[in-house]
Design a protein around this ligand. Sequence first.
Ligand code: AMP
Ligand code: MG
Length: 322
Amino acid sequence: MVQLFNMSHDYETGFDAALAALRSGGLVAVPTETVYGLGANATDDNAVEKIFQIKGRPGFNPLIAHVSGLQMAERYGVFDALSRSLAAAFWPGPLTLVVELKPHTNIASAVCAGLPTIALRQPRGTMAELASHLGAPIAAPSANTSGRLSPTRANHVLDDLGDGVDVVLDGGSCMIGVESTIIKVHEGNATLLREGGIAAEDIEAFLGIPLLQGTDKPEVEAPGMLLAHYAPKLPIRLNAKSTKPDEALLAFGTTTSAGPKVRNLSVTGNIDEAARNLFAMLKELDATGATSIAVHPIPETGLGAAINDRLKRAAQSSENGS
Ligand code: AMP
Ligand code: MG
């Protein structure tokens, strides 16, 4: 039976239950500023294996290890001046750093999926505090079936994964709403592997130089990027200027469309608000019985890049029927 705690009423009881579950090899669903994570003790092989099983996640797709801070991160990853300065500037926060994995650590081997690198992040709030009390990183992908929409509310987790989780902490809606930005630091270079909750332009402004883009070896450098992702059940039609009969609409900015099959990411055109609403509204439209979901054009600026990345993958996944 899943134990559910409301963090605004039962913070301490919930925290203690989650910590006990992590210590005994269980799975916990915990809100972060990005989305709800499905966490396990990253040094416990059996517990990490359960994450892959319950999500149906392929074993070649490595997990982000969530740490209490840079000190814990440096027990597992090799940090240089560049990765340290990024961590100092953006942690705690929605930035994941992929760095060289130290030899002979106690990290469960499935966390890095056999790669010579490890992905590390200090999130804001409860997840980092749990890692601190556990004395070990928490391996945590999003708390959803692999390939489906990410959860930004506790009920999304319960609906999707239900009894497979030991403890769910309900912290309300996630503040940012899209997953972390992933940067790989290697030989003094910073490469953007995934757009996410910190806009690439903010990281570039901090560094004073452009980020290198992507990778020509995604199967080695960022395996999860190749997978179908964020798929609602309905087909998605991007950059739609109008809706067809029986089509649902995910709007952005002012619109005259209204009704039960319309949601607006942000009436005022606020891109941060749009990111917060993205996954929840896609789920709601998915349940309307429409034939497909039309999506207004979304600007690429700020978190718009991450939103458009998720929407493109969602559209592709529905085209592929996955
Ligand atoms: P997700 O948990 O779905 O947000 O995905 C995390 C993504 O981070 C993975 O799909 C990889 O692309 C990337 N990642 C995680 N761990 C590593 C690693 N050790 N080396 C390179 N990329 C990683
Ligand atoms: Mg995910």
